[in-house]
Design a protein around this ligand. Structure first.
Ligand code: ATP
Ligand code: MG
Length: 261
């Protein structure tokens, strides 16, 4: 099973951070030890999106060598562990992305999944997350510029010794749906892991600084993200629904019998 997954794109704004946070939240809800890391050290977003923007230590300090990784791990939604990056320009300047490999060595043994949110574009700090992961997932939108840029990122990944394991097509609307998977597979030469519809509830949840899978678990986008998480974790969707039901029954039973001998 692939443990360390870098979520990348090419073109900016395709939904990498949204996918990282929501997939991480679902994987953690399966009881998997899951970490999400903001390797977009120049334009950090994970902290902002889930209310961890004012934390004292971030990946910046870890990459600057002034803090250890354990100091930069925070509890996130659904029990996911979050390693945010800082938002200050000075912190970014002092962070050395080359240290990421050593940081990962410290982390990989204690997690089932580590999702790394990569920066858009082709930059020095963007290339490292592509090379250090077991697999790279490309988040693309169903438009030509996004697909072309994703192809560049795929080629770059291979050049630096990484491997693209699949594509997530985000923000699809009905008119895109026909033969979408075949078209993407033909254009990018890798399989489609899943598709996520355009859904206004994604932004609505973000306004509350909560992942959509937590805020609106029954929304179409949440269902799509859960299907992708199940695939990544090697579960059938039925298994995960049963797991959720079991957890509910367990909680319900505990609440009923709380305080009884
Ligand atoms: N399925 C969706 N439906 C509607 N809006 C979405 C969807 N996915 C993402 N968005 C919105 O698109 C915007 C960009 O998403 P996000 O920040 O996750 O992209 P990104 O690839 O991380 O961007 P950047 O390259 O700037 O880091 C956000 O406002 C987000 O709420
Ligand atoms: Mg982002």
């Amino acid at each position: 099973m692939v443990h360390v997954i870098t979520v990348a794109s090419g073109k900016g704004g395709t939904g990498k951070t949204t996918v990282t946070i929501n997939l991480g939240t679902v994987l953690a809800s399966y009881g998997k030890k899951t970490f999400i890391m903001d390797a977009d050290i120049g334009m950090a977003n994970i902290g902002l999106m889930i209310g961890l923007e004012n934390v004292p230590v971030t990946l910046h300090e870890v990459l600057a060598g002034t803090a250890g990784i354990n100091e930069a791990i925070y509890d996130g939604p659904g029990g996911v562990k979050v390693i945010p990056s800082g938002i200050s320009l000075q912190g970014f300047q002092q962070a050395n992305p080359e240290r990421l490999k050593d940081v990962l060595k410290d982390l990989v043994d204690r997690c089932d999944f580590l999702l790394i949110d990569a920066p858009a574009g082709i930059s020095r700090d963007g290339v490292i997350p592509l090379s250090v992961a077991d697999g790279v997932i490309l988040v693309v939108n169903p438009e030509l510029s996004s697909i072309v840029d994703a192809l560049k990122t795929k080629i770059l990944t291979e050049v630096v010794g990484g491997k693209v394991i699949g594509v997530i097509v985000n923000r699809i609307v009905a008119e895109h749906a026909e033969h979408l998977a075949e078209k993407m597979e033909k254009a990018l030469g890798v399989g489609v892991i899943g598709v996520i519809p355009e859904d206004p509830l994604v932004k609505k949840a973000a306004a509350f600084k909560v992942p959509v899978v937590t805020k609106f678990p029954l929304s179409d986008s949440s269902k799509a993200i859960k299907r992708i998480a199940a695939k990544i974790a090697g579960k059938t969707v039925e298994e995960t629904e049963v797991a959720e039901k079991d957890k509910f029954i367990d909680k319900f039973a505990k609440a009923l019998f709380r305080g009884r001998k």
